[in-house]
Ligand binder design. Structure first.
Ligand code: M6R
Length: 367
């Protein structure tokens, strides 16, 4: 039922505060956050003692949430974390490694490549398999040792929105659970848990930018190419923003880590290629600003999503949507929302079939 909404995608974008609240519910107050993972608790305790590294496997949007988690896990724990798309992982030889926790991520739990990659893992040596999934009775949930469920509710729109942000929440809970293996991290883990409680309200606030994002999106209607830039853990968010735009508006969109600009893509920059950048007030902002200047001085038009306190001003060819200041751990999750809205409005202006984009299926159950 669409209710007051014109499309399922928009409804699902607006459901994110509730979907995130449901995914956090009963979990942020746990003493051991790993208790929100279902499966044999004794085995889980043993696995947590033995993890030496994390291998994430997923496709599409779920792959992007995995890439974001790599930044979290490697900056907050001592565990190395690899992330790979399932269609590559399943056909490739991997060197034998000990103590690997294999994490699959999937909204549907039925994606053929992700399931096949899991089967491959199980025929080799691994410590345990954990799935982050939105469908309790799915194949991935059944086939994995452990599950950390997202509680997004059914997602109808082909373009994944609330499944992605709830995956990020689940991955942050997993990161915190991994941090809690070391008592030296206890305080930081508690701060992160408390920060997560602020997330639904922060998402509500970013949804209030909808009208200004809609106005901004008009500039994209007649464009054929676009570039999405981010740095650090905002790079996978830029990738997800680019995927959303190409998927529903059919505008070619490519994401780059901003530092790579001058190694090639800068040659593409002109007034006909809008450049979207996610520019929160993190330690990488100054570096990003100099990348943006590289673009502007070549006639590029910039569309920025920036912190309301960031030292960066609107000027000719720089359009800015301000996002509230927030703890750094929440930034990738909240900055996803304006990018979803941008793609949505561009697609609606262009008149595409937003909920069922051409050539795509909601769940890719064949290879
Ligand atoms: O159900 P899954 O999360 O395993 O699906 C993986 C991808 O097919 C999916 O995320 C796809 O990229 C989205 N429709 C993009 O919006």
């Amino acid at each position: 039922d669409l209710g007051e909404y014109r499309h399922f995608m928009l409804k699902e974008i607006y459901e994110q505060p509730a979907a995130i609240q449901n995914t956090l519910s009963g979990r942020v107050d746990l003493e051991n956050v790993r208790d929100c993972i279902s499966g044999n608790p004794q085995k889980l305790a043993q696995v947590f003692d033995e993890i030496k590294e994390v291998q994430i496997i997923a496709c599409g949007t779920s792959f992007h949430s995995g890439l974001t988690a790599k930044y979290w896990i490697e900056s907050l724990t001592d565990l190395p974390c690899q992330v790979e798309v399932a269609s590559e992982y399943r056909y490739r030889r991997q060197p034998k490694r000990d103590g690997v926790l294999v994490v699959t991520i999937s909204q549907s739990g039925e994606t053929a490549d992700t399931l096949a990659a899991l089967e491959k893992v199980k025929s080799e040596s691994y410590l345990a398999t954990l799935t982050i999934c939105n469908v309790p009775e799915s194949s991935l949930t059944r086939e994995s040792d452990f599950a950390l469920m997202t509680v997004a509710g059914p997602e109808i729109g082909v373009a994944s929105t609330k499944a992605f942000t709830t995956q990020l929440v689940a991955l942050q809970l997993l990161t915190i659970a991994l941090m809690q293996r070391d008592s030296a991290n206890a305080e930081k883990a508690t701060v992160m848990l408390n920060n997560l409680k602020r997330l639904p309200a922060l998402i509500e606030q970013s949804l209030q930018k909808d009208a200004s994002i809609k106005a901004m999106s008009e500039a994209f209607i007649d464009k054929h190419h676009s570039l999405f830039l981010g740095r650090g853990e905002l790079y996978p968010i830029a990738m997800e923003g680019a995927l959303k735009l190409k998927e529903i508006s059919y505008i070619h969109a490519e994401a780059y880590p901003a530092g790579e600009l001058k190694h090639g893509p800068l040659a593409l920059v002109d007034a006909d290629m809008p450049i979207v950048a996610v520019a929160p007030n993190t330690r990488l902002l100054e570096k990003l600003k100099s990348n943006l200047e590289e673009v502007r001085s070549r006639g590029g038009v910039l569309y920025l999503f920036a912190d309301e306190n960031a030292d960066i001003a609107e000027q000719e060819n720089i359009h800015i949507i301000r996002v509230p200041e927030m703890p750094e751990s929440l930034v990738p999750i909240v900055y996803t929302i304006p990018l979803q809205l941008l793609s949505y409005h561009v697609a609606v202006f262009k008149g595409t079939d937003v909920d069922k984009p051409r050539n795509l299926a909601k769940s890719v159950t064949v290879e």
